[in-house]
Design a protein around this ligand. Structure first.
Ligand SMILES: [Mn+2]
Length: 236
């Protein structure tokens, strides 16, 4: 397997995300790829502009089915993040996995050769895998579609750029990669297991090959205004 691409935090169906502007590029990459990884928060169930949870799930599954079908030579893998780890979606991902030859998914990570792909919400604080499961469970209970009022409050804060400043302060590269590395040890995919490159997202703070503990860490940011966003060519 030679050509691998990874994209994180598309936040599909959230109106603060410009994900649609990048769909053409993503298809272009998948056209020549052997593996394409959606690295979590691909779908934003909390902030979906679609009328219901069911409608959001349907649209997400349609997108993934179409993506896999258009690139049959490419293995398509979905890792979940805090925004898309919900049981109703998981049930449909399972069905899609049975239906489509080149589709796989995992709630937490994908290990391929010397590369590890994971969403990165373990960087919120120092978390074991068990703590990550609890954290995801708390998120799952929050996935009611948010009110229009609340959405407008967030839009205003977003326009002010508050999210960027807050993320940069909270997620300095050093602090972030240290927490991710500790979690990797906990799941048995740390440096001792032969991992050399780590691809993550979640923080919306781009990281371009930050070296830590004998590994390099890569984060492509998010497709939101004022934030850098990159589709990453991964080395496995
Ligand atoms: Mn996230």
């Amino acid at each position: 397997m030679q050509s691998v691409f990874v994209v994180s935090d598309l936040h599909m169906f959230c109106r603060r995300s410009d994900w649609e502007e990048h769909v053409a590029l993503i298809h272009e990459a998948a056209e020549e790829a052997d593996l394409f990884v959606f690295n979590g928060d691909t779908v934003d169930f909390k902030w979906s502009v679609l009328p219901s949870l069911e409608a959001t799930i349907d649209s997400a599954i349609d997108f993934l089915r179409d993506f896999c079908t258009r690139h049959p030579q490419c293995k398509v893998h979905v890792n979940l993040g805090n925004h898309d780890h919900i049981q109703d979606f998981i049930a449909r991902l399972e069905t899609l996995n049975e239906e489509i030859e080149n589709f796989t998914w995992h709630p937490y990570f994908l290990r391929v050769g010397k590369a590890l792909f994971l969403h990165g919400d373990v960087a919120n604080w120092k978390m074991s895998h068990q703590q990550l499961e609890q954290y995801r469970g708390r998120w799952e209970r929050r996935h009611r579609v948010q009110s229009d009022f609340k959405n407008r409050v967030y839009d205003a804060a977003f326009q002010a750029g508050a999210h960027i400043a807050v993320s940069r302060m909270a997620f300095t590269p050093k602090r972030t990669v240290k927490r991710v590395a500790a979690y990797m040890d906990d799941i048995g995919h740390g440096i001792d297991s032969g991992v050399e490159r780590v691809y993550f997202g979640h923080t919306h703070v781009p990281v371009h090959g930050y070296a830590y503990g004998g590994m390099t860490f890569h984060n492509g940011g998010a497709p939101m205004r004022g934030i850098q966003f990159r589709l990453i060519k991964a080395h496995i």
